[in-house]
Write a protein of this length. Sequence first.
Length: 311
Amino acid sequence: MINKAFLNKFMVKPGKKLAFDELDPGWASHKDLLDKFGEERVKKIAKKILTRNLDSLNQAHNLLWASDTYGVLVILQAMDAAGKDGIIRHVMSGLNPQGCMVHNFKKPTPDELDHNFLWRYMRALPQRGRIGIFNRSYYEDVLAVKVHPEFLDFQKLPPGVRSENLWKHRYSDINHFEKHLTRNGIVILKFYLHISKDEQRRRLLDRLNNPAKHWKFSDNDLPERAHWDKYMTAYEDAITATSTEWAPWYVIPANHKWASRTLVADVLTGTIAGLGLDFPKITPERKKSLERAKIQLEAEAEENTEEGLSA
C-alpha cells in the first residue's frame, strides 16, 4: 500500500481554504516523485499497487460484510469526463456485487422535490457490512444548484430560506448529517477528481471522434463546461466548508487515470483495513452445532462411497 503520509497530501485539512490553482491535476506537484523514478516507472508501480489493492480490497470487503458493524459510503464528485465511471468500474470490479451498491443520482423527481434535499440520498445509504457508492451526491445541492440558482425554484422552499445564508446553512446541514452517520457506523470517504479544463476538452473530443463513445457525450456537457469557473469556485467553497475530521475530502489528481484509480483504491482499502475488523467469534454452542453438521456431512460421504463400491 502507499505510504499514509503521502496519501495525506491529497486530504483537505479541516479549516484550511482549498485553492485549486495550488494543486496540479497532472501530478506536477509531486515532481520529486516523477523526477526520481520517471513517469513511466511511476505508472507501472501504480498499476502494480492497484492490482495488489484490488485483492486486498476484496479481502477487506469480506471482513466488512462478515463483521456487519460498519458501512462505507464512497462519494465521487467531479466535472464531466473526470473518470468517475472508470473508477467505479476498475476499483470496485472485484467486490461482491451483493455487498456493493452504486447509485447514480440524476435530476430529482417531483416526489423527491417534495422532501428536503438530503432525503433521496438518505434512502440510498449503505447498510452495515456494505459499500455504497454515490456517483454524484447531495453535494450537487451546493454545487450545480449554486451555479444554477434557478434550480431552487423547483425545491419549494419556505419563505425566507433563500437568503444570503442559504449555502452556509446547507454546508452546516451536510456536516451534521455526516457526523450523525459516522456516529452510527457509516464511514464516509469523499473524493473530488481534479481534472484540468484542457484534459476535459481532450476527453470530450475523444468521445466525439470515436463512434463507440458517442453515447457518453451529453448535450449538457458543453453548456456546463461554459460555467467552469463558477463550478471551480463552488467546489472550493463546498470542500473547504465540509472537509471535517469525521468526513474529510480527498482531492485526487485525475488527468492520469492510472493515478486517480490507484489513489482511490488505496485510500478505500487502507480505511477499511484500519477499522480493525475480524470475523465474528463462534460461541461454544455454535461450535458444537458446526461439528455436528460436519459429522453428518462426512457420514453422508462415507455412505455414498460404500454404496458406490457395493454397486
